[in-house]
Design a protein around this ligand. Sequence first.
Ligand SMILES: [Zn+2]
Length: 118
Amino acid sequence: MIAWLQDVLERLAAWWRGDLRVFHAEGDTLPPEIPHKRLIHMIEDGVSWSVGFTCPCGCGDVIELLLLRAVEPHWSLSVDRFGRPTLHPSVWKKTGCKSHFWLRSGRIVWAEPRPGRT
Ligand SMILES: [Zn+2]
């Protein structure tokens, strides 16, 4: 009963904070439009190969990261029981907004200092 309540509260808190949630998709290309606050996990032939989401800074860019261990760089994705993604290592855009952040349990943790926002 208590566990159930904690579950509900955690889900509410996640929604309130606007945590990212994982959605799984089959295929080899990301959908043309990725809704805000969603991380699309692409799976093809049972192989988990990439994730895509819109840049959390609001610039509108789509960030796509490969999960395949055979390529460099690649990221590892884990998903908790609430469907919240964690990526490792951090994400650092080399172009455009140059955002640098971690994604932990659906939350964006900005690396400091944020480029251009000192
Ligand atoms: Zn951005």
